[in-house]
Write a protein that binds this ligand. Sequence first.
Ligand code: NAG
Ligand code: NAG
Ligand code: NAG
Ligand code: NAG
Ligand code: NAG
Ligand code: NAG
Ligand code: NAG
Length: 491
Amino acid sequence: MKTLASVITLLATLCLSKCQTTKPHILLIIADDFGYNDIGYHGSEIKTPNLDKLAGEGVKLENYYVQPICTHTRSQLMSGRYQIHTGLQHGVIRPPQPNGLPLDSAILPQKLKEVGYSTHAVGKWHLGFYKEEYLPTNRGFDSHFGYLTGAEDYFKHDRCFGAMCGTDLRDNMNPANYTGVYSTHLFAQKAAEEVNNHNTDKPLFLYLPFQSVHGPLQVPEQYTKPYMHIQDKQRRTYAGMVSAMDEAIGNLTDVFQKRGMWNNTLMVFSTDNGGQIHAGGNNFPLRGWKDSLWEGGVHGVGFVHGEMLKRKGTVSRDLIHVSDWFPTLISMVGGTLNGTKPLDGMDQWKTISEGSSPGPRQSILHNIDPMYPPVGQRVPSSPFDNRIRAAVRMGDWKLVTGFPGNGSWVPPPHMDSITLSKDSASKNIWLFNITEDPNEHNDVSGTYQHVVINMLELLAQYNKTAVPCRYPAMDSKANPKYHGGYWGPWE
Ligand SMILES: *[C@@H]1O[C@H](CO)[C@@H](O)[C@H](O)[C@H]1NC(C)=O
Ligand SMILES: *[C@@H]1O[C@H](CO)[C@@H](O)[C@H](O)[C@H]1NC(C)=O
Ligand SMILES: *[C@@H]1O[C@H](CO)[C@@H](O)[C@H](O)[C@H]1NC(C)=O
Ligand SMILES: *[C@@H]1O[C@H](CO)[C@@H](O)[C@H](O)[C@H]1NC(C)=O
Ligand SMILES: *[C@@H]1O[C@H](CO)[C@@H](O)[C@H](O)[C@H]1NC(C)=O
Ligand SMILES: *[C@@H]1O[C@H](CO)[C@@H](O)[C@H](O)[C@H]1NC(C)=O
Ligand SMILES: *[C@@H]1O[C@H](CO)[C@@H](O)[C@H](O)[C@H]1NC(C)=O
């Protein structure tokens, strides 16, 4: 009997350390400026076999929204909060701008750390660096390998802003020099090292915001070989860049598999915004592109993969927004949201995993940008100044005001020619039923005036909760020439 009891005790002790279900690893991959029409499963001429396979086995998010530009999307991904609540309503953070995602609300890696995660970031930050407090390693990441600004040379890892030039690559706080190594290879390698060095008793959070496929258009020649039939040189190079990223992601999943971690890994893939048509990207048949409030700027590519999804191989058509990842991931791992200011993101775990529909989200504030130059006339007695650049979604409806960006429909270069927008330069209100008209061809603002009024009222309500926009002047003290030739904190 004594032996049996001790065996049971021994088993129980073993079980406490080994039988506990470990929290899932999280692999969060962001592609930069990756367009709606640039992924294989949307019918692109660009081949993305690894992404297609992963998405096919997981849940494709086909009513998924991001923000029109880098800093906006990344700030919401990390904080779960809209631009109007962080002061980042206008533009991206420029390299010499003393600005950053405010420190007043806990962000994703901090909250994951609280519940036991090892947290590592490899790639682009773009959420501010003028003071050390804003760097990823001071905001919940155990490590960061990558760059701090928004774009740079893929091989030299340097960046000029006007006359200010410097290298932008760091290994944690330390300047790094990998001149000549293509960033997609470099980041894939560093990400693999994090996985290989990971102590699997702990859950891993690996954040991998690739430089791919933002301009400048650069890729090792081997990746453009399959695309010699694409006449347009920009599109051909871009296609090669997408292929390199797709290969990197395939390689990384192999590393997870070899370590036996893959079947306990939730992978999230998202673009940060629409493709840039002037740098090889494409969003056709959506209207507009990066940096606009048209669907081509904000209707993003995204999917989720993982054994823990209850329904796999499905497509979700529920409204999901990039601000939702924070509460969704924290809820999935059983964390808490204390220490955060009120969130705009919503917990979508059941929507994604179980397909429980409708999801919690009815509306999205795409943005209100008070610094964008106003357009046209204000509608008399409108509760919201419709000359101002803004857009909001409510169920099927989307209202756009002010100047949303160039509203042309631009197919990839080999297809038919561009359909130019016929809107007058002073037009400043559009209403679309996005469910019926996802490509924004039919403005119905004249037919549904009561809907327009309701949605202007909704914008006015959001506007009441807005904090002042923070867009400080460029600071010459940021110049890398004062900092050993590197972009880095200067205050
Ligand atoms: C990086 O190393 C290369 C040689 O490998 C050198 O030419 C270059 O100046 C170095 N860059 C920096 C920023 O130190
Ligand atoms: C993927 O792995 C192969 C084989 O190790 C390697 O040759 C290739 O460079 C890797 N690709 C990327 C993008 O890292
Ligand atoms: C995950 O894979 C490992 C190694 O292949 C296997 O031992 C384990 O049972 C798998 N776990 C699940 C939950 O499928
Ligand atoms: C949240 O609460 C936990 C437990 O009380 C605490 O350890 C943690 O510091 C809090 N987090 C924040 C960001 O306030
Ligand atoms: C938003 O609210 C501010 C402060 O009340 C006001 O000055 C501004 O005109 C409003 N913006 C719009 C677009 O109505
Ligand atoms: C909008 O973009 C298209 C495609 O680049 C271009 O041909 C057109 O001139 C632009 N329209 C305006 C008003 O800038
Ligand atoms: C939008 O269009 C869809 C598809 O035609 C329709 O089912 C839906 O009722 C419309 N929504 C509204 C709010 O009218």
